[in-house]
Design a protein around this ligand. Structure first.
Ligand code: AHM
Ligand code: MG
Length: 337
């Protein structure tokens, strides 16, 4: 009998995507979009890795890494089959030319946490994929505008995160890790630098139900409201066990989220006196991450409601984000009532 599994038990991302397509979980077009994104992430990984060397030779500065990552992701998506691309780096969503256009809407943050780059600390790319929505498409007529390059732009990404078909991120760290969900659990692939392929390293990741790690920028403490201050104060109380929570904060959502996914705990970016809705963007950051968190058995909340239920009213909308282990997010929500 011929064994179906290959000898080394190695599953590449490409192989995994094809398997999902064969099983009917995703269609051929979505397979192409996802594989284009993973290709772009490989390019970004090499840009990020060489950032300070490029700086040295003066050919392109680290400041350019941001622009180049955006171009990598955008051009990969265009040669894939993506109808509309909305990115943290664009003022308005860009409609890909008719001849390239496919059926999907991709939202992405090409290089999140880019302030970490000069110190070679973790960064990441985040993406989410929607189907076009009839109601949103009805807006096209009114909201057609031209961007600086004269491209046709459409303000039509108006769907809540609960409509996401797929979401994921790529973390550029000591390893390059690609995490994805297509609504059937969360899978992680590690870039094998020897073969240049993403290899399946974790299947059906489940975030621990609780975890004693909190990840907030406490420098903003004085700007927070009293309920949140009380929550944070209580986490630091050693209590009968004698062990308070541990603080961990990279300042890179992808890195802080990835640790939370694996070790449990909570990541938060609250609203404060200066930023009414916090800092993070609903479309490119909070919704995709919340979809992944839920697929791993965790939660994503704005402190009062599920992030995935929030109906976006504008492309660059910000919302407070609390995300991670189910019990930790629920505990925080109780303080904010
Ligand atoms: P960016 O999109 O400008 O990179 O900002 C997003 C980043 C997140 O990765 C991170 O969680 C947060 O900003 C950190 O912000 P702060 O420096 O205010 O703590
Ligand atoms: Mg960002």
């Amino acid at each position: 009998e011929i064994k179906k599994k290959n000898t080394f038990g190695i599953q590449t991302l490409t192989g995994w995507l094809l398997k999902q397509e064969q099983a009917g979980v995703i269609d051929a077009e979505l397979t192409i979009v996802l594989s284009s994104i993973s290709m772009a992430c490989k390019q970004i990984a090499s840009l990020v890795q060489r950032a300070s060397i490029s700086n040295l030779t003066g050919v392109q500065g680290a400041v350019n890494v941001q622009g180049r990552t955006r171009r990598s992701l955008t051009s990969s998506l265009m040669s894939g089959r993506t109808g509309i691309i909305a990115s943290e780096e664009e003022d308005v969503p860009v409609a890909v030319e008719e001849s390239y256009s496919g059926n999907y809407i991709v939202v992405f943050d090409p290089l999140d946490g880019s302030s970490n780059i000069d110190a070679a600390v973790s960064t990441g790319s985040i993406f989410g994929i929607y189907s076009p929505n009839d109601e949103c498409l009805a807006d096209i007529g009114d909201d057609n505008t031209l961007d600086n390059a004269g491209q046709r732009c459409i303000v039509n990404v108006c769907q809540p995160g609960s409509n996401l078909l797929a979401a994921g991120y790529c973390m550029y760290s000591s390893s390059v890790i690609f995490v994805i969900t297509i609504g059937t659990g969360v899978f992680a692939f590690t870039l094998d630098p020897m073969y240049g392929e993403f290899v399946l390293t974790q299947q059906n990741i489940q975030i621990p139900k609780a975890g004693k790690i909190y990840s907030f920028n406490e420098g903003n403490y004085q700007l927070w409201d009293d309920k949140l201050k009380k929550y944070i104060d209580d986490l630091k109380d050693p209590g009968p066990s004698g062990k308070p929570y541990s603080a961990r904060y990279i300042g890179s959502l992808v890195g802080d989220f990835h640790r939370t996914l694996l070790y449990g705990g909570i990541y938060g970016y609250p609203r404060d006196k200066k930023s009414k809705n916090g800092k993070l963007r609903l479309l490119y950051e909070c919704a995709p991450m919340s979809f992944i968190a839920e697929q791993a058995g965790g939660k994503g909340s704005d402190g009062h409601q599920r992030i995935l239920d929030i109906q976006p009213v504008e492309i660059h909308q910000r919302v407070p984000l609390y995300i991670g282990s189910q019990e930790e997010v629920e505990k925080l929500e109780k303080y904010l009532v």
